[in-house]
Design a protein around this ligand. Structure first.
Ligand code: OGA
Ligand code: MN
Length: 295
């Protein structure tokens, strides 16, 4: 049998299988090749993302155009937030955000460096934050740089009735000034009063447009403010809410291998990343899907 025939046969017998992590969120989907996903397998992946919030597909070998083509199955791509170099990292593919610590000739090759990326939602500082993000690994360090996700449906569901009542209908300011690695975005100035932070204002408990479930939606802690509360009370409540939102019982974490691809639903999760040895290399390409205003 010819190689082409063999691979065709393999594709036609592909059966996507979902293996839940057993943690607060997360599932692995096995038996798919992201270069060639048929309608049925795509349906399995999409359903698994909605149900488990983040899906791992291991060991994929895909080019940037293939990653982009796969991403477009979820919807239109959204260009990423402002990089730390003030322009896209890959000129031919401005929709790709490079996440990397690699520096070449004094020029960072990606965002976030090698430090910790603190808990956050992607691009929630925009009026219309992204629905899904897809992160594909090309190089991983020997240790560290693990990524963790926390289920914010569960975070909402386990809040006290008193807090739910107090906060229902309130808006939170989602600061754009810094990325989750603590790097100041190009063109932004330090914020001294969170009430004046640049970035979108979103409901604290939006309803997911597909699942119809409410989630806790905090965005990021730095320069956040719950509109209408005295600043000290907003600070105290935000500290309490963040401690609640990131409890281990809501969390699943992933230790990366080369070619691993994570797809997450950015509307009902927060995520963070461990630091790693800055002398080692980590290189990831991310795309993200256009969304609507949270309501
Ligand atoms: C991201 C992000 C985490 C990581 O891509 O949105 O937060 O593991 N990255 O690098
Ligand atoms: Mn992120």
């Amino acid at each position: 049998m010819q190689v082409a025939q063999l691979s065709q046969q393999r594709q036609s017998t592909q059966v996507a299988e979902v293996i839940p992590s057993g943690k607060g969120c997360g599932a692995e989907v096995r038996g798919v090749d992201l270069r060639n996903v048929d309608g049925k397998s795509f349906g399995v992946i999409e359903k698994a993302v909605l149900e488990h919030l983040v899906v791992l597909i291991r060991g994929q070998s895909i080019t940037d155009p293939e990653l982009i083509a796969f991403g477009k199955r979820f919807g239109e791509l959204e260009p990423p937030g402002m990089s730390i170099i003030g322009k896209p990292y890959i000129d031919e593919h401005p929709d790709i955000l490079v996440i990397s610590n690699i520096v070449e000739n004094g020029q960072p090759q990606g965002n976030l460096g090698a430090g910790e990326a603190i808990w956050h939602t992607d691009m929630s500082y925009r009026e219309k934050p992204v629905t899904y993000a897809i992160l594909h690994s090309l190089e991983v360090p020997p240790t560290g740089g693990n990524t963790y996700f926390a289920n914010q449906y569960l975070a909402y569901g386990t809040l006290s009735d008193e807090l739910k009542k107090k906060l229902d209908g309130r808006l939170v300011i989602h600061d754009e000034t810094y990325n989750s690695g603590g790097q100041l975005r190009k063109g932004f100035k330090e914020v001294t009063d969170p009430r004046e932070a640049p970035g979108a204002r979103h409901p604290i408990f939006p309803t997911h447009p597909v699942t119809g479930k409410k989630a806790l939606y905090l965005g990021r802690r730095r320069n956040a403010y719950i509109i209408g509360l005295p600043p000290e009370e907003s600070e105290r409540l935000l500290d309490e809410l963040w401690a609640h939102a990131s409890q281990p019982k809501f969390v699943w974490g992933h230790e990366w291998g080369v070619g691993d691809t994570l797809i997450w639903d950015n509307r009902c999760l927060i995520h963070r990343r461990d630091s790693f040895d800055a002398g080692t290399r980590r290189m990831m390409h991310r795309i993200q899907i256009k969304g609507d205003r949270p309501q």
